[in-house]
Design a protein around this ligand. Structure first.
Ligand SMILES: Nc1ncnc2c1ncn2[C@@H]1O[C@H](COP(=O)(O)OP(=O)(O)OP(=O)(O)O)[C@@H](O)[C@H]1O
Ligand SMILES: [Mg+2]
Length: 509
């Protein structure tokens, strides 16, 4: 490491150099802190990698937001109503407070942080991403299980706040109105779920507490050596020490999780499942029933579940999402905004293939996805699985259109075979007609044999036809044929049959 010139290194270069230096000096034992964006959160989520400029819509009305969300989200009416209202109010209230700086601070006022309870794949993340987009605020998604109390393993909860700044393209004033979404929050409850040491989980809850209310977060991670050195260098160069901080007062926190065991706790409180009585859990395995129970959640249940009361106290808005039934899944597929179908269409468009789904196929897909019990996520995996063969093989052809039918789901191999057979036979017929002016017709049996041969020779059906009927191109022209039927006997003994044919014709003359 030597100073080559007076060039100021970028933070990345600096971090690399410092890491190298430390390793050399102290060996492998030194901890090289990860880059702040590398762990625990997914800052790109929701922005699809595109950097945008933010224009925060503080004036949005609850019904406007609700109407917008309804265009994308199927079902979940109750969640939509609560979220639209509370989140719009949150932003309108910030606008009010900005406009009335003279208004007395409401001591102990609680902001509308949200707890979302619901099974996987029913739209929790989707909803929040849509809301952040509509309001025009940066959005960061993280996973509660990735954090530890000390921040050594995984990341530190403050990284989430720093990532908001990153999402806001460095604009702290925008980041301070962002939304932080933390998934798998049920995994940091401190009892009963068999996940990591309790101490750490309680610690993560306490670290989150501070942020959820109001905290000042240093833009530079204390353990980010490169950032610290960069700051020191900047101070030396400018003679000023700038300590950039982000205030979390207006940041909206949304915590979500599936809360599997919570249903039992609620039932017990409601006396529906007396302790000691070995109730059959069949009821609770039905997702719709589970949701009905979860809707009755109270603070005391969440505390029993393993949350500190202070933590729950900072999540005043509780939203329970419904599980999706077959009809709901079907509606998601039908929706013009469905990312499942649009995504698959795009996959095929990338190969120049226009694909359309017959209604019956969508119903079938919804039924299959329902069996998977992973909500709308099941749709993606079912569609992927069902279409894989088509996605693999159609790009070999010049097929430009595919209508996906229910039959293709019931008998995938047969249907694909039919499509390919018809495609290659037509391709051969067309070429034969163009070069020789003769219409070739195949009997079913002839096609069946040709297909077997093509497979054995590992060539396409069209190539098999061309090879087999090569001599017929000249032969049939010679005979002045306009149309010719290829039957089983020709396919079995092409040379012999052609000779016979020619002989017979000349005998006639
Ligand atoms: N109610 C819904 N309406 C329309 N689309 C939905 C709905 N629920 C889920 N989807 C689709 O499924 C995808 C996955 O859903 P999402 O990521 O919101 O699940 P989730 O509830 O956050 O699940 P997890 O707990 O596994 O994170 C969404 O991106 C969206 O395309
Ligand atoms: Mg999610």
């Amino acid at each position: 490491m030597k100073a080559e010139n007076n060039k100021i290194p970028t933070p990345e270069e600096l971090q690399r150099d410092v890491a190298e230096f430390l390793k050399e000096k102290y060996g492998k034992n030194v901890i090289i802190p990860p880059e702040p964006n590398a762990v625990g959160s997914d800052p790109g989520a929701g922005r699809e990698g595109k950097k945008e400029t933010f224009k925060i819509n503080f004036d949005l009305k609850p019904t406007e937001l609700e109407r917008y969300l309804k265009k994308f989200v199927v079902g979940q009416d109750e969640a939509l109503e609560i979220l639209s209202t509370k989140i719009c109010t949150h932003f309108n209230r910030m606008k009010y407070e900005k406009a009335h700086p003279e208004a007395e601070e409401l001591v102990g006022g609680i902001k509308s942080n949200v707890l979302m309870i619901g099974p996987t794949g029913v739209g929790k993340t989707y909803l929040l991403k849509l809301i952040a987009k509509k309001i025009g605020v940066p959005f960061v998604k993280g996973d509660a299980t990735k954090f530890s109390e000390t921040g050594y393993v995984g990341g530190d909860v403050e990284d989430l706040v720093r990532n908001l700044v990153h999402e806001a393209n460095g604009d702290i004033s925008i980041a301070e109105y962002g939304i932080i979404y933390l998934d798998e929050i049920d995994k940091i409850a401190s009892t009963g779920n068999g996940y990591g040491p309790d101490v750490s989980r309680g610690g993560v809850q306490r670290n989150l507490l501070k942020l959820m209310e109001e905290a000042e977060v240093d833009l530079k991670t204390p353990h980010d050596l490169a950032a610290q050195m960069e700051a020191a260098m900047e101070a030396q160069r400018t003679g000023k020490v700038t300590r950039k901080k982000i205030n979390t007062k207006n940041i909206l926190f949304v915590m979500s999780g599936a809360f599997f065991q919570l249903g039992d706790i609620i039932k017990r409180r409601l006396n529906q499942q007396p302790i000691g009585f070995q109730a059959d859990n069949a009821q609770l395995t039905n997702p719709a029933d589970t949701v009905e129970v979860l809707k009755k959640v109270k603070t005391e249940d969440l505390i029993k579940f393993g949350f500190e009361s202070e933590f729950i106290g900072r999540l005043p808005v509780v939203v329970t999402l419904n599980s999706l039934d077959v009809e709901g899944l079907y509606q998601i597929l039908k929706s013009a905004n469905s990312s499942v179908i649009q995504g698959k269409k795009r996959d095929f468009s990338a190969y120049g293939i226009d694909i359309n789904f017959e209604d019956g196929s969508l119903r079938k897909i919804a039924e299959m996805a329902f069996q998977e019990q992973t909500g709308a996520r099941g749709l993606v995996s079912v569609v992927d699985r069902l279409m894989l063969r088509y996605e693999k093989i159609l790009p070999d052809t010049e097929i430009k259109e595919l209508r996906f039918t229910e039959k293709m789901i019931e008998k995938p191999d047969d249907e694909l075979d039919k499509i390919l057979t018809s495609y290659y036979i037509k391709k051969f017929q067309k070429r034969f007609l163009v070069t020789n002016g003769i219409v070739i017709v195949f009997t079913e049996e002839a096609i069946r044999i040709l297909k077997t041969m093509a497979k054995a020779n590992d060539i396409t059906l069209e190539e098999e036809c061309s090879n087999m009927l090569r001599d017929y191109e000249y032969g049939l022209r010679l005979l002045g044929a306009e149309e010719f039927t290829v039957d089983e006997s020709i396919v079995r003994e092409p040379k012999k049959r052609l000779e016979e044919l020619i002989k017979k014709t000349y005998e006639k003359k």
